[in-house]
Every structure is written in structure tokens, then in C-alpha cells.
Design a protein around this ligand. Structure first.
Ligand SMILES: Cc1cc2nc3c(=O)[nH]c(=O)nc-3n(C[C@H](O)[C@H](O)[C@H](O)COP(=O)(O)OP(=O)(O)OC[C@H]3O[C@@H](n4cnc5c(N)ncnc54)[C@H](O)[C@@H]3O)c2cc1C
Length: 377
């Protein structure tokens, strides 16, 4: 069988490329090397936050909100419109939030300034002494990363007739007389008119030389999840003062001045994000360690417990929970381009690369995949 489009990798980028192409009526094959996707797409917070994106990406991020919302109406993909809260911890951060609110007013993106008491009324688990005030984005979503991608894959297979092959690692792709031939590690060949490679941070299996020369870097993030805390109430995506000082979107605010120097927090790129899941557990993160992709093995496979402790110490300044017992710790990895928003390229107009989207794939994935499919097809 010859497909219109073959997609390598069933993370958020690959799966939403498949979704958009199938919506256009194309016959699509989606392949995944593992028995199910287990990389960045399931290891993250699930914060869908256009507010964290630079201006040039916001329209695409807003389109992602629409796509998540449309899908959620058809099937439960765990998308919840419960907003994002940026919490200021000092007067300068509060000023930045006010400046951002003014910008949003001009651009028409809804956001609301809340004072300490208003913020604590909705998020009583935050510490009064930390909260100077907040900026709330009511339109934003969260998804459960352990559920979302598997639900979307089921949907596109059952409803959009996408063919999906897990346990299928593609090790060679070539253009032969205007057909793309993809070979897997078991020796099977799949033929399509075009292919899109959304391989996350796997740069060994396909075109390793091209990726090595592409100015990409690998990032390791440490995360943890508390035991379910039924008496704790946190609404939506919670982003702390250090996030305000770290996110690109705030850099144009006149009062933005980068992060306060703070030895180890700076060294490990720690800023605290919190998200409560339906079962009451709270995801806490994150840290950032970087490596060039040719030295990726330098990012240890081990969890650095001193980084986890730094994050817990910092989170305890922001929130008060009845217990800080963790149910689990994990590390997630993503790749990013050192100077572009993502890595996009093609060979002969038929073999397309779309990967290295960094820490924004859950927010941009659906919208940017739709845009890319429109450009490719
Ligand atoms: C800890 C953490 C927290 C994050 N939090 C957020 C957040 O809150 N909001 C947000 O917007 N973003 C967040 N991100 C970023 C987001 O998770 C990533 O940008 C996104 O998941 C990347 O998706 P992807 O499809 O490019 O890659 P991946 O999820 O890595 O998927 C790539 C897939 O391709 C498969 N594959 C690779 N090579 C082959 C091959 N040769 N053959 C077949 N299959 C192959 C892999 O097995 C994998 O399943 C976070 C990331 C991490 C790690």
C-alpha cells in the first residue's frame, strides 16, 4: 500500500501532524519505535500556555487551544480550560505582570490582575508571604500528559482511519523516483508520497550527520509528583516568580531584568511550576541541564537528588502542602535549536524534518503541526 504521508515518531508533534493530515483526507501512516510514546510528550507538566510564548508564536499557540478544545468535545483527551496563574513574589515581578496585562489589553488576549487575597481565594495552598499578586489567563488549558497523547492516537486510528504502527523503528528513508521509501529495523519497507520526521531527541537512527551539524542541544529536566493531596486546592497552571523572569514572553516588558542571581537555582535552571491533577497529586518541577547533542551521554541517566531537594525547598517557599511525600520522580529530555524556535528542513521537498521544539511542544504542537501540514501538502 502506498500512503500519502508517513510520519516517524508519535509524540505530540508526530501525532498532531497525523491528525491534521488525516483531517484533510490524506491516507496517513504513523510509526513509533516504542510500544507506546514514552518520551517528552508523556513526561511533562501538560501546561498549554500561549502566555509563555513570544509574540510571533502566540497565534499558533492559540490555535492549539482551539484544536484541543475541538477534540475534547469529541472524546475525552483530558484537556481542561482552567487557566494559568503567574504568581509575583516581589514588587518588580508584580510590575512586570501589570505591564504584560497592559500589552494583553492592546492585543485583545484576556488576562486579569489579581491581588494577594484574590489569588489566595482561588489558590489557598499558596503561601500568603510569597504572593504579591498574580496575572490570570482564563483561556488557557492543561492536559494530563499521561493520558492525552494515547487518547488522541486512539481517536485518529478509530475515527480518522490513520494506520498506526508501534514497535516500529525507522532506520532508513530515501527518495526513489518521487516516492519516499522508509525501512524499519525488521527489514519492512513502507512507501509514501511524503514523509515527516518528528523524532524528538533520537538523532542516532536517521540522518545522524545532518542532526549533528544542525546546532541542536539536548536538555534534561527533573520532575516529581506528590501523593494525592485531597485537601489541597490549586487551580490550573501555576507559574512562579522565577518563571516570570525566565519566560521569553515577559522579556519585552520594561521592568523585566532577568532572574535574580541565586547560585544553584541559576546553575540548574530551576524555576517552580505546579500543576494539580484530577486525583489531587501535584506535579512539581523543573530544572534544566544542557548538552550539545554529540555529548548527550554527559547528561547523566541518574536523578540528581540535590537538584530535587533544591526544587522542594523552593516550592516550599511558594506553597504549603500537608505532606511533601513524593509518589514519583522522573527525568524528561527534549531537544531544542540554539537560535530557532524549532528545527525544520527538508530533502527534495518530500522528506521533511520537524523536531527540536524545546519546552513548548504541548502548547504549540497541535497548532504548529496543522500549519506545517498546510505548508507541506
Ligand atoms: C519535563 C518536561 C516538562 C515540559 N513541560 C511542558 C509544558 O508544560 N508545556 C509545554 O508546552 N511543553 C512542555 N514540555 C515540552 C514538550 O513536552 C515537548 O516539546 C514535546 O513533548 C516534544 O514532542 P515531540 O513529539 O517533538 O517529541 P517526543 O515526545 O520525544 O516524541 C518523539 C517520538 O518519536 C519517536 N521516534 C524517534 N525516532 C524514531 C524512529 N527512528 N522511528 C520511530 N519512532 C521514532 C520516539 O520514540 C518518540 O516517541 C516539557 C518537556 C519536559 C521534558
Amino acid at each position: 500500500m502506498k500512503y500519502d504521508l508517513m510520519i516517524v515518531g508519535a509524540g505530540v508533534l508526530g501525532t498532531f501532524h497525523a491528525y491534521s493530515a488525516a483531517q484533510k483526507g490524506l491516507k496517513v501512516l504513523l510509526v513509533e519505535k516504542d510500544s507506546k510514546p514514552i518520551q517528552a510528550t508523556v513526561r511533562n507538566f501538560g501546561q498549554v500556555i500561549p502566555s509563555g510564548m513570544t509574540q510571533d508564536l502566540q497565534t499558533t499557540a492559540l490555535r492549539s487551544l482551539e484544536i484541543y478544545s475541538q477534540l475534547q468535545e469529541k472524546v475525552d483527551i483530558s484537556a481542561r480550560k482552567n487557566g494559568s496563574w503567574y504568581i509575583a513574589s516581589d514588587d518588580q515581578e508584580m510590575k512586570i505582570l501589570e505591564e504584560m496585562a497592559a500589552c494583553n489589553m492592546n492585543s485583545g488576549y484576556q488576562s486579569e490582575i489579581h491581588d494577594t487575597l484574590q489569588t489566595l481565594a482561588v489558590n489557598p495552598a499558596l503561601r500568603k508571604e510569597y504572593v504579591k499578586g498574580s496575572l490570570f489567563f482564563p483561556e488557557e488549558f492543561s492536559v494530563n500528559p499521561l493520558k492525552m497523547i494515547y487518547s488522541v492516537i486512539d481517536y485518529i486510528v478509530q475515527e480518522l482511519k490513520v494506520d498506526y504502527l508501534p514497535n516500529t523503528k525507522i532506520i532508513a528513508i530515501e527518495n526513489k523516483s518521487n516516492e519516499v521509501h522508509c525501512r524499519d529495523s525488521a527489514g519492512e519497507t513502507y512507501i509514501a508520497t511524503k514523509a515527516v520526521i518528528c523524532n524528538g531527541h533520537d538523532y542516532q537512527s536517521l540522518f545522524p550527520k545532518r542532526f549533528l551539524e544542525s546546532d541542536l542541544e539536548l536538555v534534561k529536566l527533573q520532575m516529581m509528583r506528590t501523593q494525592p493531596l485531597s485537601t489541597v486546592k490549586l487551580q490550573g497552571n501555576i507559574l512562579s516568580g522565577r518563571s516570570i523572569r525566565r519566560y521569553e514572553s515577559f522579556k519585552n516588558c520594561p521592568s523585566w531584568g532577568g532572574n535574580k542571581q541565586n547560585g544553584d537555582l541559576e546553575k540548574y535552571g530551576i524555576h517552580i511550576l505546579l500543576k494539580q491533577e484530577i486525583d489531587g497529586s501535584i506535579i512539581i518541577g523543573d530544572s534544566h541541564e544542557y548538552s550539545d547533542i554529540d555529548k548527550a551521554a554527559n547528561l547523566s541517566f541518574k536523578m540528581n537528588q540535590s537538584i530535587n531537594q533544591l526544587m522542594i525547598n523552593e516550592a516550599q517557599k511558594i506553597a504549603q502542602f500537608p505532606s511533601w511525600d513524593m509518589a514519583e520522580y522522573w527525568a524528561g529530555y527534549y531537544s531544542q535549536h540554539k537560535s530557532e524556535h524549532f528545527y525544520k528542513d527538508d530533502i527534495d521537498g518530500n522528506i521533511h524534518f520537524f523536531t527540536a521544539i524545546g519546552g513548548k511542544g504541548m502548547t504549540l504542537g497541535p497548532g504548529i503541526s496543522e500549519k506545517n501540514i498546510s505548508e507541506i501538502i
